[in-house]
Design a protein around this ligand. Structure first.
Ligand SMILES: [Mg+2]
Length: 393
């Protein structure tokens, strides 16, 4: 009987400061005031787990601020993990969740910490059996994963169009556009989207992401949504505040364009609200935030029960999250499309946590799709030089 117990849990926080200040590359609320804090650098917290059989696993906790806050939570939880069998991954998840389920920490940093631990345990479990993660999750449902280029960000119009044409030339048949800077006069954003549509042609699938720009303003989001559907935009992502479930339901009912969201959400209980209230047409959880592989599987099943496709968010995560997400997605029957991040916050300073963190890249892009690698676990071997260079704790 195969058993493989955890002997060491080590969280690692990485931070890559941006050398030059940048404007907010996406439309977060209060962007001008907050850009220096939110977009001052690339961050992540990884979780490394070792076992008695000499297997090493890694997971990622999604981090946008204070990576060491997540690191402290992982350190506090580590004693629960020592001596546990990595094959008991879902039982371990329940123990981790049990520490805080009645204390109000079922969202935010706490759940992000559990997410990174859970991914590392699944990585160890698959490696223990010598199989890729997707085999442990039930096997391949897809030969390859359709991918979209993410994202065309706020820049001069000719630069953005050149970028869109470059995506197309490289084989992307689907790409996403950031909007939401012109809250009083959204016509400027519509014109921006129209210019890209005209440049790339009708055979390219386009999505739009507002990153919650319209807040609670359902009327403006409706107006923008109607204009976007006239431009044959596939989905309208995060038009409103993620807490405005009724507003999103109103948009989903009134518009033909699909409402996509979920990157700001946690756990199956959050997903259930959006799904049951018909507030979403494409659900986009991030495994490094929502509760790891264990929880994302429950969310995927809930989506399936509501006939809603699952389009995994990867956003500004590191290559560890990308590797795990690819393995997870290929085992998902209701997978829709993979977010292939093609733009860093700073053009002058690309994100080394995405490009250089792994010895072998997880993402292999061919003809509009991601090809899944045949490696044990999540297939992510860390480049220790890069870890050492950017480690802050
Ligand atoms: Mg988004």
């Amino acid at each position: 009987m195969k058993r493989n117990r955890i002997t060491k849990v080590e969280p690692v926080s990485l931070y890559v400061p941006l050398k030059e200040k940048i404007d907010a590359p996406i439309s977060v609320p209060h962007a001008a005031a907050l850009a220096d804090v939110i977009f001052s650098g690339y961050r992540t917290t990884l979780v490394r787990i070792q076992t008695e059989e000499g297997i090493a696993g890694v997971g990622e906790c999604m981090v946008r601020l204070a990576p060491t806050a997540t690191l402290d939570i992982v350190r506090d939880l580590a004693p629960i993990l020592i001596g546990r069998d990595v094959l008991d991954r879902e039982a371990i998840w329940e123990l981790l969740y049990g520490t805080m389920m009645n204390r109000g920490h079922s969202r935010g940093f706490y759940t992000e910490a559990i997410s990174g631990i859970d991914i590392a345990i699944w990585d160890c479990a698959a490696k223990t059996l010598g199989v890729p993660l997707y085999t442990l999750l039930g096997g391949r449902h897809h030969e390859k994963l359709k991918a979209y280029a993410s994202s065309l960000r706020f820049r001069e119009m000719d630069i953005v169009i050149a970028q869109a044409l470059d995506f197309k030339k490289r084989g992307y048949r689907s790409m996403k556009i950031k909007i939401g800077r012109n809250l009083e006069h959204p016509e400027a954003d519509i014109a921006f989207v129209r210019a890209i549509r005209e440049a790339v042609g009708d055979d390219v699938q386009l999505m739009v992401d507002a990153n919650c720009a319209y807040g609670d303003d359902v009327a403006t989001a409706l107006r923008v949504g109607r204009a976007l559907q006239d431009l044959d935009i596939y989905w309208f992502e995060e038009p409103l505040s993620p807490d405005h479930i009724d507003g999103n339901a109103q948009l989903a009912a009134a518009l033909d364009i699909r409402i996509a969201l979920g990157e700001a959400d946690f756990m199956c209980y959050g997903a259930r609200e959006f799904l049951a209230r018909r507030a979403v047409d494409v659900f986009q959880p991030n495994i490094s935030r929502t509760g790891g592989i264990t929880e994302a599987r429950r969310i995927a099943a809930l989506c399936q029960a509501h006939h809603i496709p699952y389009a995994p968010h990867t956003g500004s995560c590191s290559a560890v999250c990308l590797a795990a997400t690819l393995q997870f997605a290929v085992a998902l029957p209701n997978f829709l499309i993979f977010e292939s991040m093609q733009s860093d916050w700073s053009k002058a300073q690309p994100n080394p946590l995405r490009h250089d963190l792994l010895r072998e890249p997880a993402e292999v892009f061919q003809d509009g799709c991601m090809v899944i690698q045949e490696r044990p676990g999540i297939g992510a071997e860390l480049n220790e030089d890069v870890v050492d260079k950017w480690r802050i704790a």
